[in-house]
Design a protein around this ligand. Structure first.
Ligand SMILES: Cc1cc2nc3c(=O)[nH]c(=O)nc-3n(C[C@H](O)[C@H](O)[C@H](O)COP(=O)(O)OP(=O)(O)OC[C@H]3O[C@@H](n4cnc5c(N)ncnc54)[C@H](O)[C@@H]3O)c2cc1C
Length: 282
C-alpha cells in the first residue's frame, strides 16, 4: 500500500483546542470555530477533524467516542478552523452544548484532501451538510484563480444548508429541493447534469471543462457517479462513512472498491476523498 501524500499524513496526537465561537444557524445547524493555529496552517480542503464527543464511555459506548467533521473553513491568519454540523444524535447533541472557552479533544487535520484541477472549472455537488468541505474548497479555488460553481440539494427548503457560506467563499450557487419549495424542483443531480448538458450544448462553459466534487448521501453520489461516467466528467467524492479511530487502525470505516471482494479502502486514511471510480457504488 502506498503512503498518502505528506500533507494528508495524520497527526496522531490529540490536540486540546479551545472553542472560539459557536453559532446556532437555525434549522438544527451549527457553526463551530476552534482556535487551532497549527491545524489552520496545515489543513487542506477535504480533510476532517475527529472530535471526542463526551467525557467518557456511556452505557452503549456512544459518549466519549469521536465524530468526524469536515473542515468547513480554515483561516491561517486568525489561527482558526471551523466545522458546520447538524445536531442529530448523541455525539452532535453533546457537541452543540459546548460553549466558547471550553476545550475539546481533537485529532486534526486527518484524511486525504480534494485535488483541484487548475485546468478545469470546479463544480461542487452537495447534499445536506455535505456543503461543509466545499466552503473551504471554494475559498481555495478562488485563491487559485478558479471560478467554482456549487449545486446544493435537500429534500425541502428548510433543510437546505450552507449556501450562504458557499457564496461568501466565492462560489456561484444554485439550489434544488425534492419538493420544489426552493430553487429547482428535483434532485441536485438532475439539476447539475441538466445545467452542464445545457452549457455544453450552448458551446461549453465560459472557462474550461468541468471537474466535479461531491459530498452527501450515498444515493446522491451513486447517481452522480453514474452520470459522470456516462459524460466523461472527472468526479471526486468525500465519503462520510462512520468511523471509530480515524487513524487507520480499527478498520470500521472500510469501503469496498470496484475490483471485487477483498479490495477495501479505509475512509479515514485513504479517504475520505476518493476518485469516484475507486468506489463500488452498488
Ligand atoms: C469524513 C467525515 C466527515 C463528516 N463531516 C460532517 C460534517 O461536516 N457535518 C456533519 O454534520 N456531519 C459530518 N459527518 C457525520 C458525523 O461524523 C456524525 O456521524 C454525525 O454528526 C452524527 O453523529 P451523532 O453523534 O449526532 O449521531 P449518532 O448518535 O452517532 O448517530 C445516530 C444515527 O443517526 C444517523 N444520522 C446521523 N446524522 C444524520 C443525519 N444528519 N441525517 C440522517 N441520519 C443521520 C446515523 O447514521 C446513526 O445511524 C462526517 C462524517 C465523516 C466520516
Amino acid at each position: 500500500m502506498s503512503l498518502p501524500p505528506p500533507a494528508a499524513r495524520p497527526r496522531r496526537a490529540p490536540l486540546a483546542l479551545r472553542v472560539a465561537a459557536h453559532e446556532d444557524l437555525g434549522g438544527g445547524l451549527r457553526w463551530l470555530t476552534l482556535a487551532a493555529p497549527d491545524v489552520a496552517a496545515a489543513a487542506e480542503p477535504g480533510q476532517f477533524a475527529h472530535v471526542r464527543c463526551g467525557g467518557g464511555l456511556g452505557p452503549d459506548g456512544a459518549l466519549g467516542t469521536r465524530r468526524a467533521y469536515s473542515l468547513a473553513d480554515a483561516d491561517p491568519d486568525r489561527g482558526t478552523v471551523s466545522l458546520l454540523y447538524r445536531v442529530w444524535g448523541r455525539g452532535s447533541v453533546w457537541l452543540s452544548q459546548r460553549r466558547p472557552g471550553e476545550v475539546l479533544d481533537v485529532l486534526a487535520p486527518l484524511g486525504t484532501p480534494f485535488r483541484l484541477d487548475p485546468h478545469r472549472t470546479p463544480v461542487f455537488v452537495a447534499g445536506g451538510t455535505g456543503v461543509a468541505p466545499f466552503i473551504f474548497l471554494a475559498r481555495r479555488a478562488r485563491q487559485k484563480g478558479l471560478r467554482p460553481l456549487a449545486f446544493v440539494g435537500a429534500r425541502t427548503a428548510a433543510e437546505l444548508a450552507g449556501g450562504e457560506f458557499l457564496a461568501a467563499a466565492g462560489a456561484e450557487v444554485a439550489v434544488a429541493t425534492d419538493d420544489g419549495t426552493a430553487g429547482f424542483a428535483g434532485t441536485v443531480v438532475d439539476l447539475v447534469v441538466r445545467a452542464l448538458e445545457e452549457t455544453a450544448a450552448a458551446g461549453g462553459l465560459a472557462g474550461p471543462s468541468p471537474a466535479l466534487y461531491a459530498c452527501g448521501p450515498h444515493a446522491m453520489m451513486a447517481a452522480l457517479a453514474a452520470a459522470c461516467a456516462a459524460h466523461g466528467w472527472p468526479l471526486q467524492v468525500s465519503l462520510e462513512t462512520p468511523m471509530a479511530c480515524g487513524i487507520g487502525i480499527c478498520l470500521s470505516c472500510t469501503v469496498p472498491g470496484p475490483r471485487g471482494p477483498g479490495f477495501y479502502r479505509r475512509c479515514c486514511v485513504e479517504g475520505p476523498v476518493f476518485d469516484a471510480r475507486e468506489v463500488a457504488w452498488e
